[in-house]
Design a protein around this ligand. Sequence first.
Ligand SMILES: Nc1ncnc2c1ncn2[C@@H]1O[C@H](COP(=O)(O)OP(=O)(O)OP(=O)(O)O)[C@@H](O)[C@H]1O
Length: 207
Amino acid sequence: MPLASMLPSAAPPSLILQRVGQSRGGRQLFEGVDVALHPGQLLWVQGANGSGKTSLLRVICGLTTPRVGRVHVGQALLYIGHRPGLKDVLSVIEQLRSSAALAGRPCTEGDALAALAPVGLDDAAGLRLAQLSEGQRRRVALAQLWLPRVPPLWVLDEPLAALDMAMADRLAQRLDRHADEGGSAVFTSHQALPLRRAVRTLSLGTL
Ligand SMILES: Nc1ncnc2c1ncn2[C@@H]1O[C@H](COP(=O)(O)OP(=O)(O)OP(=O)(O)O)[C@@H](O)[C@H]1O
C-alpha cells in the first residue's frame, strides 16, 4: 500500500500559505493566496506569463519576502528553479554533485551516476554542460530528484520546459512515486503533466 494512503489525515502540512501577496516592480502580482499542502499532495500553480508563478515559488523558498501574508514550510525543501544555475565549465556529473553539495546533501559518484540513468544521461556524465542541448541541461537539473535522501517538499519551476515527451512521462512517474511515498510538490507548468495521481491547482489571475 502506498505510504501516503497510510498517513494519518492529521499529518502536519508540508506547506502553509496564509493571505500571501506580492508586488514586483511596483505592480501587485497576487494577493490573498491561501494554501495548506499536506504530505502526499501535488500542487500545480497555473497562470499566464507574468502572473507571478515564479515570484510565488521564490516566496515559498524564502528567496524573497512576500509583501503581505505568512509562509510556513514544515519540511526540508528542494528548489529547482527555471534557470537552475548550471555552469558550462562543469561536467554533467560534476554539476549534479555540486548542486547536491550546495543543497547540503553531498552525494557519491555512484549516487550521481545512478541518478543520471533515469534522465538518460549516464552515458553523458563526462560531457561539459556547454556541450548539452537545453533539454539535456534541464535533465541534469532534474536528476537531483533521483538522488538518495531527496527532501520531502519539492518546488519545481517549469520542470517540463524543453523536455521531450518521454522525459515528461518519466518526470510525471517520479512525481507520482514521490507523492505515493508521502512527499509533496509545488510546480509551475504551462502544460499538464501526465500524472496518475490527482493534482491540486492554484490559478494566479491578473489583478
Ligand atoms: N526583479 C524584478 N524586478 C521587477 N519586476 C520583476 C522582477 N522579477 C519579476 N518581475 C515582474 O514580476 C512579474 C511576474 O514575474 P514572474 O516571473 O513571477 O511571472 P511568471 O508567472 O512566472 O511568468 P512566466 O510564465 O512568463 O514564467 C512580471 O511582470 C515581471 O516583469
